[in-house]
Design a protein around this ligand. Sequence first.
Ligand code: PEP
Ligand code: MG
Length: 328
Amino acid sequence: LHDKFEAEHALEPETLDGEKISLLLNAGLNLSTEQVSANYCDGVGLYRTESWFMQKGQFPTQSEQEKWYREVLSRYHPGPVVMRTLDIGGDKVLDYFDIKEENPFLGWRGIRVSLDHPEIFLDQIKAMIKANVGLGNLRIMLPMVSRTEEVDEALQLIEQAYFELQDDWADPFLLMDKPEIGVMLEVPSSVYLLSDWADKVDFCSVGSNDLTQYLLAVDRNNSRVAELFDPYHPSVLRVLNHIAITCQEVELSFSLCGELGGEPEGAILLVAMGYRRLSMNISALNKVKWVLRRLRVEDMEMLLNECLAQSSVKQVHRLLRSFMIEHD
Ligand code: PEP
Ligand code: MG
């Protein structure tokens, strides 16, 4: 039963010592329940556009996409909606777009597909920008970037989409907003280019699911190695901490949208690192808020420092367990 968590659903997400934390929703799968939750979150931190593409029999047209995106943007307005461009490949396949590879997680995925098919990418970007007219709560996020060239090319295509739309637009007095553009940090190489990208993009969001998978070389969906897939591995924690430090140094807005942010222990460590925006599945929102409202940042920081000092993943889990028991 989640009654005690639900009882506080309308309260502000903040720590016991008053530090405000933005809790956002990971959306894209179940719209009816997501709609209910719209009141209780600060917006959508990850909208997985490919979920909708996966339910279709063919690529939706630009105007179908525009209609759909407008519905999503309106639903959460005035809260921000971070729409991620198509992230297919890996475990996410479209019946009507054949990708057969021996090693799909290291293959043609995310932004790589979009840049090889600019017509698909441009359609999607144009549909998003048009859907945003009069609303203004759209943000666009690029998945699986691993090289600076990908960021540059994608930004160039977004500019192109914007100018082509301005040219075509029937009513020249209707101004289209240029949305904020961000990148996902989910390939380890992106972490070490972050400060180089700070002037190019407006925000970044950590995809801890893929980042864990690629950092530890453990398939996120393979039950045989499921025990090794562990975002509390000291290396993962140290990388997440490094991202927070770097982003604060270069003044780049940062958040996290992997499953880790929806786990109480994960949220605690992330807040201690300096993350103030966490995006999670609807089922995690109330519980994470409940936990954060009962803790001081100072106590979370003490736990974090102990965890960061460990070299053993088991020891990290021991520390987390005793912290949770102590603060129950
Ligand atoms: C992630 O990789 O952490 C992420 C949020 O994206 P997805 O789970 O859709 O790959
Ligand atoms: Mg991912």
